[in-house]
Structure formats: structure tokens, C-alpha cells
Design a protein around this ligand. Structure first.
Ligand SMILES: [Zn+2]
Ligand SMILES: [Zn+2]
Length: 336
């Protein structure tokens, strides 16, 4: 079978790989039918992360189930389902308390497309080791492509916003970067945040954020006035993060989506005075796949209209390094 491989910094190409097989009763084999490039991968393939190539890439997809083990109950062959990006059993203590990105059954950081033994979600065939926990069927009536990022980047919109609704922030700020900031805006609006400001140097994304319902669009955070009870900082901009502490309402929360991978400085005394909470960390998407599917199914968010570029599966190697917008690849169903 073919596998899309991050071969070297700046280079993505098809490689031949051994087809996976079912290895237990709780597993499934799936074919990705629409898969997207996460903004994380742009940093990854630039060589900017401590993950050394070569390895299969891709960790966002909606899939068709091909075969299942005898104990799988959540999906059947032929179903279209979202696969979550991380490997998670669903039944260990960590999975049960919702931190599914840290499942005890697998080594830290286990997921598709990040260098482990699980392959990538542009592979022709993918093994899902815990099918009931990792696959969520999607409803008919909505194009499967709309769900390609529901198990990762789009789902992070629900994960981040929903875990901060208890703060009841009067004002939310999103610092953009890639598609992640726009997904955060979309969920902040969809989940009822009354005022969402958006800062991003990119004018096209600023325009889209405005259409999604964000206010006070500006090129950088220092152009925003006032304070914010919740600040969602996307894009790993350490300078922006430093200045963010002073923009926070007392006891507010800063969420860093997409991670920071280098050491950084933070203003310690100001953080103390302001009671700042800063959260980092990979996405615990497991509990948020179903709610994300529901929001899309209800028409509250339409991902294909959010800075997306749909391409043919065959064009993946070139587009992966060249297309700046959210890249969504559609597999030719007659050959899938
Ligand atoms: Zn991702
Ligand atoms: Zn687990």
C-alpha cells in the first residue's frame, strides 16, 4: 500500500509500506476517505520539532471502516467515522477522566503521523487498535469531508472553549495562526461567548474571523484594547505570549493551542499579581469528537468554508509543502 511519508525537512512523498492487519478483537482496519493537514504538520515538516524523519505523516481523517474484530460494537464495516488523532484505550483511569492524549496503554505522545508504529492518516489502510474508543460514526446527510479535522484541530475548538465556559468570560481573545485560531473563534461563537476578539497578521484569516462573528480584528495582540477573561493563543508565538499576561483579567486563563516547543520567558511577578493560569499541552480530543460532530451536523460550523483548500488525493505530496490554507485531501472513492 501507499503511505504519505515525511521524508526530510521540506519533503513529503509517497512510499510503499506493509499493509496493517487486525491484531486483536478490539481493533479495526479503516481507509481514510477525507484527510487534512494539521497546522502542527507545517512546523513538523519544516524540521522545527524534535521528531526526526522519515515517518508516515497525517493525523486528521474521516475514514471508512473496512473490517473489525469480534468485540467491536461502535462501528461496522462500511461505516463512515471520525478517527481521533491519538491512540487511546478508552478504559484506563486517564482515558476515563478525559485525558485521552495520555492513555496508560501506550507510550507518551502516541498518535498517528508523529513517528510511532501507527502509520499516518494518509495511508491507504490504517489499523485502529481500540476501535470503540477511537472511532465515532458520523451521520448521513453531511459530506464526510466536513469531519476530517473533528478528531484533532477542529475538535480542539470544542475542547478548549468548553473547558473554559465556567469562567463566563465577558471578553475572549483569540490570537490566530493557521486554521486553529479560526476553529477557536468558530467554537467560541457557537458555544455562546458574548464577545470574541481576533488578532492575526493575515488579512484573509482576519476577514474569515469577522464572518464567523469575531470583533476588533487586528494584526497583533498589542492592538487590542481592554482585558480578557480567556485568551486563546495559537501559533506558538512566544513574544505574543509574554505580552498576553498583562491583557488578562485577574484569575483568567491563557490557553496555548498547538504547543510551544522551545524554552521561553514569562513575566513572573505580573503573572503572580494577575493570578494568571497558562495551559499548554497536546489535545485530549477523545471526549470532544462526538460534540464536535454534533456542532457540524447542526450546521453551526461548516469547516469547508473556513480557510480550506480541497485537493485530490494524488496531489498531496506537492500541496503538503506548498498550500498555506487548511489542506483537505479527498480520496477517489472509485479506487478507495
Ligand atoms: Zn494536529
Ligand atoms: Zn487509556
Amino acid at each position: 500500500m501507499r503511505s504519505l511519508v515525511y521524508a526530510a525537512p521540506g519533503k513529503v512523498e509517497w512510499h510503499e509500506a506493509i499493509e496493517p492487519v487486525l491484531q486483536g478483537d478490539y481493533e479495526a482496519l479503516v481507509v481514510p476517505v477525507a484527510a487534512s493537514r494539521c497546522n502542527f504538520d507545517i512546523a513538523l515538516i519544516s524540521g522545527g520539532l524534535p521528531l526526526r524523519p522519515p515517518f508516515p505523516i497525517g493525523h486528521e481523517a474521516v475514514v471508512r471502516v473496512v473490517s473489525i474484530g469480534d468485540s467491536v460494537t461502535s462501528v461496522r464495516p462500511g461505516d463512515i467515522a471520525v478517527v481521533v488523532w491519538h491512540i487511546a484505550c478508552g478504559v484506563c483511569d486517564r482515558c476515563l477522566r478525559g485525558v485521552t492524549g495520555h492513555c496508560r496503554e501506550v507510550p507518551p505522545g502516541s498518535g498517528y503521523g508523529v513517528g510511532g508504529p501507527w502509520g499516518g492518516l494518509f495511508d491507504d489502510l490504517v489499523r485502529v487498535p481500540f476501535a470503540d474508543a477511537m472511532l465515532t460514526p458520523v451521520p448521513a446527510g453531511v459530506e464526510p469531508r466536513e469531519f476530517s479535522a473533528a478528531g484533532d484541530g477542529l475538535g480542539l475548538g470544542h475542547a478548549i472553549v468548553s473547558r473554559n465556559t465556567h469562567l463566563q468570560p465577558e471578553r475572549v481573545a483569540v490570537f490566530g495562526g493557521g486554521e486553529h485560531g479560526l476553529y477557536q473563534v468558530a467554537f467560541a461563537v457557537a458555544l455562546g461567548m458574548p464577545y470574541v476578539a481576533y488578532a492575526d497578521p493575515d488579512p484573509e484569516r482576519r476577514s474569515i474571523a469577522g464572518n464567523l462573528g469575531a470583533h476588533a480584528v487586528a494584526a497583533s495582540p498589542d492592538q487590542l484594547d481592554g482585558t480578557f477573561g480567556l485568551i486563546i493563543a495559537v501559533g506558538a508565538n512566544a513574544d505574543w505570549l509574554y505580552g498576553t499576561i498583562g491583557m488578562l483579567e485577574p484569575e483568567g486563563v491563557i490557553e496555548c493551542v498547538g504547543g510551544h516547543f522551545a524554552d521561553m520567558r514569562l513575566p513572573g511577578f505580573l503573572s503572580y499579581l494577575n493570578g494568571a493560569t497558562v495551559r499548554f499541552g497536546l489535545g485530549n480530543n477523545g471526549p470532544h469528537v462526538r460534540p464536535t460532530i454534533d456542532v457540524v451536523s447542526q450546521g453551526l460550523i461548516r469547516p469547508s468554508t473556513i480557510w480550506a483548500a480541497e485537493i485530490d488525493w494524488e496531489d498531496l505530496p506537492e500541496a503538503y509543502t506548498a498550500e498555506p490554507r487548511k489542506l483537505v485531501a479527498l480520496r477517489n472513492q472509485t479506487t478507495a
